[in-house]
Design a protein around this ligand. Structure first.
Ligand code: SF4
Length: 341
C-alpha cells in the first residue's frame, strides 16, 4: 500500500463571529492523512472535530465563518477553490458518511435509486450501467441479495444495513478519502463492530484513506492507525495508535482512556472527567484544559502549551515533562491494574 499524502491541514482556524463574541471552533490545527490511514479524530462534543471535516469538505459557510490556513487535498488548497470545483471533488474524490443514515436517505425513494442518482450526479453513464454498479456496491458492502434489496425503501433496511447503503453510496465514485463522522454512534454494539470492520475492509480494498471522527476512544482503538485527540478546537495529542494508547501524554487523553470500560478491568471504576468543556467564545487563559485538570501547576493558567514532542516520541500540548507524565500516568493506572489482577 502506498503512503501518498491525501490531506494536509495546516494551521486551520475556523472562527464564527457571533453577537456574543468570536467562537473559535477550530484554532490552529495541523495534521496529515495518507492513503491507507485510518486517522481517528477523537474528542467531546464541541471539540471542533466535525467542523474541521465539514470545512475540509467545503461545507462550512464562508460567509458565516472566518477561515484561515490551508487544507491541501492531493496538493490543491480546498480553501481557495470555488463552489463548482469543490462540488466536483466532494462526493467524487472525497466522500462522507454521517452518524444517522436514516436522515441521509430520502424516505420516499428506493435505496437503490438513491445510489444510482448519486452515481449519475458525477458520471454521465447509461442508467443501466449505474444500476449494475449499484448492485455491485450493495454486494460489496454486504447487503444480501442486492438486486432484490435495491428496490427496498430505507425503512425496510435495519440501521446497520442503512449505514452499509450509505457506505456504498460514498464509494460510488471510488473516492480517495472517506470521512466517517460518528458512523457507529446510532447503532447497536454488535452492529458497530460490523460497520467498523466494513470501513476497514473498504479502505483496504479500495486503497483509500479514512478519517474517523468519534467521541469514543474505544472505537478509535479498534481501527485507527493514527489518532488525534482534540479539545476546545485544538489538537492536544497526536500520534500512532500505539503511541497514544501505549504511552499517552496528555491529562485529557488519560481522562478519555479512564472512561472506557474494559472487560479485563472488572471491579475497577470508570472515572469521569470532572467539569465541562469550556465555552469556545471564552476559552480559559493558558492551557484550555486547566480548569478541569487535576495536575495543573504554576504556568498552566498563564502559558498556552504548544503542541510538540516533549520527549515521548509524539507531540502533545501539556507543560508536564515526559518523565513527570510517565510517573503520573502510572499512579493513575495503579488502581485499575490492581483491580484487574
Ligand atoms: Fe494539565 Fe497543565 Fe498539562 Fe494543561 S498544561 S493538561 S493544565 S498539567
Amino acid at each position: 500500500m502506498s503512503t501518498e499524502t491525501l490531506l494536509e491541514v495546516k494551521d486551520l482556524r475556523v472562527h464564527f463571529p457571533t453577537g456574543d463574541g468570536l467562537v473559535k471552533a477550530v484554532d490552529g490545527l495541523s495534521f496529515t492523512v495518507d492513503r491507507g490511514d485510518t486517522f481517528g479524530i477523537v474528542g467531546e462534543s464541541g471539540s471542533g472535530k466535525s467542523v474541521t471535516n465539514l470545512t475540509a469538505l467545503g461545507l462550512t459557510d464562508r460567509n458565516a465563518a472566518n477561515i484561515t490556513g490551508e487544507v491541501l487535498f492531493k496538493g490543491r488548497d480546498l480553501l481557495k477553490l470555488g463552489k463548482e470545483d469543490l462540488r466536483k471533488i466532494r462526493g467524487k474524490e472525497m466522500a462522507m458518511i454521517f452518524q444517522d443514515p436514516f436522515s441521509c436517505l430520502h424516505p420516499f425513494y428506493r435505496v437503490g435509486d438513491q445510489i444510482v442518482e448519486a452515481i449519475l450526479c458525477h458520471d454521465k453513464i447509461p442508467k443501466k450501467q449505474a444500476e449494475q454498479r449499484t448492485y455491485d456496491l450493495l454486494g460489496a458492502v454486504g447487503i444480501p441479495k442486492p438486486k432484490e434489496r435495491f428496490r427496498d425503501f430505507p425503512h425496510q433496511y435495519s440501521g446497520g444495513m442503512r449505514q452499509r447503503a450509505m457506505i456504498a453510496m460514498a464509494m460510488a465514485h471510488n473516492p480517495d478519502l472517506l470521512i466517517a463522522d460518528e458512523p457507529t454512534t446510532a447503532l447497536d454494539v454488535t452492529v458497530q463492530a460490523q460497520i467498523l470492520d466494513l470501513i476497514e475492509r473498504v479502505k483496504t480494498e479500495f486503497d483509500i484513506g479514512v478519517i474517523l471522527i468519534t467521541h469514543d476512544l474505544g472505537v478509535v482503538s479498534e481501527v485507527a492507525n493514527k489518532v488525534m485527540v482534540m479539545y476546545a478546537g485544538r489538537a492536544v495529542e497526536m500520534g500512532t495508535r500505539d503511541e497514544v494508547f501505549g504511552n499517552p501524554q496528555h491529562p485529557y487523553t488519560w481522562g478519555l482512556l479512564e472512561s472506557i470500560p474494559h472487560v479485563d478491568h472488572k471491579g475497577s471504576k470508570l472515572v469521569p472527567i470532572e467539569g465541562a468543556p469550556p465555552s469556545l467564545i471564552r476559552t480559559p487563559n493558558g492551557c484550555s484544559f486547566h480548569p478541569r485538570c487535576p495536575h495543573r501547576f504554576d504556568p498552566c493558567d498563564k502559558d498556552d502549551p504548544e503542541i510538540k514532542d516533549r520527549g515521548a516520541g509524539h507531540p502533545d500540548a501539556c507543560h508536564l515533562s515526559a518523565a513527570e507524565k510517565t510517573r503520573v500516568w502510572a499512579e493513575r493506572q495503579a488502581p485499575r491494574t490492581k483491580a484487574a489482577s
